[in-house]
Write a protein that binds this ligand. Structure first.
Ligand code: FAD
Ligand code: MLT
Ligand code: ZN
Length: 492
């Protein structure tokens, strides 16, 4: 594969034949909605582009067959056949993943879940939603919003990413601080194993201590041990009072103080505490043309969201908090959203950074857990490194790196280090890897906080997990997927 000069296609995997396609047609029907076939007909490469190429346009496979099952039984029949025939597969949701996990490496068959998009049930007493994997995150949230509930996950890709894939990546997002992780909110899963077995564990129970909790292995499993076809998830009550504030701070020390104060004073209503540095906001401004909320530039910015049940009470609290942090000079300047439109535009300053990162051509993304006191030092050290090695210039287009930016989920000790580049460049990559991973391992952090391993981080798992654990993980993989057909070349 052009994208992976160092990798060789595994010769144990069969190449898709005309007979295979015929078999898949017999299972899924022949409609274009169900099968995109470039094996037995002339479907052009451009039709496969959105399936073969990832969101960052960094990873590209050469798949010539996309299957879009509509039912769990179809997924089961497809996988069983693939397993018997040694056909490698890549499960795919909204293809917004950031580690190259959702696109093939070579010619693996893509099993795209977008047609499995039915809500099966929602109970507004318990808050349990049971829905198929292909439901788009935003649509799932809108569905439960009708009955005053909220999907316990929110992220910038909500308009395209799918809830089954959110589980498969153990996505974290913007409100983990408040609602916790998928490992706690998922009550049950329906999964199809590579041999076609359907593991029906769509439990709606909060408590169930009856043996190993197998569903947990699929949460964050990134499609390497089976395909999640439906999920059962606990949705909390939706808060009717949501407030958002955005403020500027002088130093990272002040950011930490503000976070401490926010927990102290806003505790039970705090639903997000996000960090953005000056470079990330300037990048967002340049890429989107949007005006930034504060007139003057500050080295750091934070976005705070509160969600509670009493508008007056909550704004009073947030106002008192803002007054306190301003009078104590923890915060230099701030604004509070006064309308839904303003809420959106403040959030856009945070959520828009991902897309802005690509503005100049490409972006190297690192998604790291780092103890809070040291979290921002990584951005400073990375900047110093690029200033020293002559790879970075904001103006001169002959330099590959444009800027280094830092932002992330401060409330979860999760930093996003982004290196915005004019083009993907081996020298930049060599300067960053394993340098970033060594930096993080020295501080007992994690080299992948929420985006997963995919192909991007596969070689580096040893920086965050012991030999013993990696060995056990490989045994788990072998147990579920002895032929290795599920999302090969990735993960471990
Ligand atoms: P895909 O990209 O299609 O797939 C992701 C992985 O899951 C692949 O390995 C794939 O093989 C596997 N997979 C997909 N569906 C299934 C299934 N049904 N069963 C088994 N395996 C499956 N991530 C965060 O954690 N937090 C964020 O805040 C965040 N913000 C983002 C913002 C933007 C703008 C973008 C582009 C991405 C962001 N992401 C974030 C990353 C990404 O959106 C998440 O990883 C998301 O969960 C992926 O969903 P998807 O439907 O796009 O999955
Ligand atoms: C985010 O928090 O914005 C996402 O994880 C995506 C990204 O890292 O850009
Ligand atoms: Zn994130």
């Amino acid at each position: 594969s052009d994208s992976y000069p160092d990798l060789k296609r595994d010769s144990r995997f069969k190449k898709v034949t005309k007979e295979d396609v015929e078999h898949f047609r017999s299972v899924l029907g022949s409609s274009e909605a169900a099968i995109l076939d470039g094996v037995t007909n002339e479907t052009g490469e451009e039709d496969f582009e959105s399936f073969n190429s990832d969101w960052m346009r960094k990873y590209r496979g050469q798949c010539r067959l996309v299957l879009k099952p509509e039912t769990t039984e179809q997924v089961s029949k497809v996988l069983k056949y693939c397993n018997e025939q040694m056909l490698a597969v890549v499960p795919q949701g909204g293809n917004s993943g950031l580690v190259g996990g959702s696109v093939p490496v070579f010619d693996e068959i893509i099993i795209n879940l977008s047609r499995m998009n039915q809500v099966r049930s929602f109970d507004d007493v318990s808050g349990v939603l049971v829905a198929e994997s292909g439901v788009i995150l935003q649509q799932a949230d809108e569905h439960v919003a009708k009955q005053s509930h909220i999907f316990p996950l929110d992220l910038g890709a909500k308009g395209t990413c799918q809830i089954g894939a959110n589980v498969a990546t153990n996505a974290g997002g913007l409100r983990l601080l408040r609602y916790g992780s998928m490992h706690g909110n998922i009550l049950g899963l329906e999964c199809v194993l590579p041999d076609g077995t359907i593991m029906d564990d769509l439990s709606k129970l909060r408590k169930n201590n009856t043996g190993y909790d197998l569903k947990q292995l699929f949460i964050g499993g990134e499609g390497t041990i089976g395909i999640i076809t439906a999920i059962s998830i606990l949705c909390p009550q939706r808060s009717n009072a949501v407030n958002v504030a955005y403020f500027g701070l002088e130093s990272y020390e002040k950011v930490m103080e503000a976070f401490k104060e926010a927990k102290k004073q806003l505790g039970e209503i705090l639903s997000a505490f996000e960090l953005m540095d000056a470079a990330s906001q300037s990048l967002y401004h340049k890429a989107s043309g949007a005006k930034l909320p504060l007139e003057a530039e500050h080295p750091f910015y934070c976005l705070i969201e509160t969600s509670g049940s009493n508008t007056e009470h909550d704004s009073e609290k947030l106002n008192a908090f803002l007054e306190h942090v301003m009078s104590e000079e923890i915060v230099s300047d701030g604004v509070m959203a006064e309308s839904e439109t303003q809420v959106q535009s403040l959030w856009a300053c945070r959520e828009g950074i991902s897309e802005a990162g690509q503005h100049w051509g490409g972006v190297y993304k690192y998604d790291l857990s780092i103890p809070l006191p040291e979290l921002y030092e990584l951005v400073e050290d990375a900047r110093k490194m690029f200033e020293g090695n002559g790879l970075m210039s904001a103006e001169d287009e002959s330099f590959p790196v444009v800027d280094v930016v830092g932002y992330g989920h401060m409330g979860d000790s999760n930093l996003h280090l982004n290196v915005a580049v004019r083009r993907y460049d081996k020298e930049v990559e060599k300067a960053l890897e394993p340098w970033v991973y060594e930096w993080v391992a020295k501080r007992q952090g994690s080299i992948s906080a929420e985006h997963g391993l995919g192909i991007a981080k596969k070689a580096y798992i040893g920086y965050s997990r012991s030999e013993t654990m990696i060995k056990l993980m490989k045994q788990v993989k072998g147990l579920f997927d002895p032929n290795g057909i599920m999302n090969p070349y990735k993960y471990i």
